[in-house]
Write a protein that binds this ligand. Structure first.
Ligand SMILES: [Zn+2]
Length: 503
């Protein structure tokens, strides 16, 4: 056996063990979110801590470091896939190795405690009890930035962005959000001034659970999700969890007084699931076998949820099915009224309930705040005040309390600084991708006929099958044939909402 072959064998072995850790921790997470009784966290956290330590020991070892360096050195001799595996793993290795093990474990414990404190603080509108934890998390993040970029080659916040969207910078985001702000803020204000809103009352009539479950099954079929490889559960918060490309789990939450809530959750999580189910076969059980980045992933889920699921064609297509499943509820509703109702844009307090138009403003505010926090321009104690000011400025709404304001999301308490922007980027990536897709696929016909096969097949060829073979920005440039700009997204929102609201 040549030395290179031997190294490749060792790499396969490493990938296997990483897959096992991924599978086991996903299993624990899935159980926590689905079947486990409410007060059962203590036992699971013992397992999580053990797995976290063992994974660290296996991955951040001298042996792994040497293996990855040797492979990266021989990059030219390696098959393309292997070279990329080594590159991606080396990047993770360097990041993980840079943080001393004891600090890594302590941070895990801090974050898991902070999650519990955050949840109680949110329930009791008690920001003061959460802020000491948030301060410690921010301090940890600032230390991590030093570890990860000791020579200060990047701006501090960019170092965090790179964890979720490799290659993304605050400069790119500033430009993006500037353009979004200029388009969306006036649109939102114009809608508010106009004072007219579509009738949405019929959407909140009683919709029986068993019929909503039937609707989910139907939507999963329309999305072409293979049920032999993708199951659906019911949880408090909808999610997608992938074990591997043959085993993807999604979940939804049913509200009997809001049938479209689960409808769009299934479309959204279904989009995430399609991506995972269609990564290249040859990538199976490797670190390349998943979506390219948070932003690209979100672009796919938002594409199915909004660009497809809220399009005129798809609304017309789905209305007869809604009539069939929920007799009486949609009987006197016209196609136009249904389309307008599911596309209502109304400034609101809660990000996860925000509509397609105002959603990005919720993200913009979080982006501006977390960037300022990491740049030490503001402090944790300033967050509630700044939050409320920005909500007023961008969305025109008054925040009544921190529960409905700064405490609403779990991300910061989970140490996920740099993650929020990927949500907004996802929306914008999707709009530009759709413009490109329309050159090859009659997307409007697909929506109107509920035939999404050509769409999924385009996405498989251009996006899904690559997994992590390319970094998000080069991948995006490749399938769009152009660099990312906010323009298609702004154009899409402006055209759609001007038409709906007669602006
Ligand atoms: Zn998502």
């Amino acid at each position: 056996m040549t030395e290179t072959t031997e190294l490749i064998n060792q790499l396969d072995e490493l990938e296997r063990s990483l897959y096992v850790f991924h599978h086991l921790s996903s299993q624990v997470e899935l159980d926590a979110m689905t079947a486990a009784p409410i007060d059962s966290a203590a036992g699971r956290s013992v397992v999580t801590e053990y797995l976290s330590k063992e994974r660290y020991a296996a991955f951040a070892s001298e042996k792994t470091g040497k293996l990855l360096s040797d492979l990266v050195e021989r990059k030219a001799e390696l098959p393309e896939k292997t070279a990329r595996q080594a590159e991606v793993l080396k990047r993770d290795y360097d990041r993980m190795k840079a943080v001393p093990q004891e600090e890594y474990v302590q941070y895990d414990i801090l974050v898991s405690e902070a999650q519990n404190v955050w949840l109680k603080a949110k329930l009791n509108n008690d920001y003061a009890s959460f802020s000491p934890y948030l301060k410690k998390i921010v301090e940890s993040q600032l230390r991590f930035i030093e570890y990860w970029d000791p020579d200060h080659k990047q701006k501090p916040y960019d170092v965090l962005l790179n964890e979720y969207e490799y290659g993304l910078t605050a400069d790119m985001l500033d430009k993006f959000f500037d353009e979004v702000k200029q388009t969306v803020v006036p649109l939102v204000h114009a809608i508010t001034e106009k004072g007219w809103q579509p009738d949405t009352e019929f959407l909140n009539k009683y919709a029986p659970l068993e019929k909503q479950r039937e609707l989910s099954d139907y939507l999963m079929d329309v999305l072409t999700l293979d049920r032999a490889h993708c199951s659906i559960a019911e949880t408090e918060h909808p999610f997608t969890l992938e074990f591997n490309k043959d085993d993807v789990r999604i979940s939804t939450h049913y509200h009997t007084d809001s049938v479209m809530s689960s409808f769009y959750s299934v479309m959204h999580e279904g989009g995430h699931a399609l991506y995972e189910l269609h990564t290249g076969d040859e990538l199976r059980f490797t670190s390349l076998a998943s979506g390219a980045s948070s932003g690209i992933h979100e672009s796919i889920s938002r594409f199915f949820e909004n660009i497809i699921g809220r399009s005129k064609g798809f609304c017309d297509f789905i209305l007869p099915k809604m009539n069939e499943l929920f007799p009486g509820q949609f009987e006197s509703v016209t196609e136009k009224a249904f389309y307008q109702a599911v596309n209502t844009a109304r400034p609101s307090l809660i990000r996860t309930e925000a509509d397609e138009l105002t959603y990005c403003l919720h993200i913009m505010l979080r982006y501006e705040m977390e960037k300022a926090l990491i740049n030490r321009e503001i402090s944790v104690d300033d967050l509630p005040r700044i939050w409320n000011e920005k909500m007023k400025e961008y969305l025109g709404v008054d925040v009544p309390n921190d529960t409905k304001g700064v405490l609403q999301d779990m991300h910061w308490g989970g140490g996920m600084f740099g993650y929020f922007p990927t949500y907004a980027l996802g929306n914008a990536y999707g709009a530009q991708m759709c413009e490109r897709m329309k050159r090859d696929v009659d997307v409007e016909r697909c929506c109107a006929e509920g035939d999404l096969k050509p769409v999924v097949s385009w996405l498989t060829d251009h996006v899904f099958r690559y997994g992590c073979l390319l970094d998000p920005i080069p991948l995006f440039n490749q399938y769009c044939g152009a660099e990312f700009t906010a323009k298609p997204y702004c154009r899409y929102l402006k055209e759609k909402y001007s038409e709906i609201y007669g602006l």
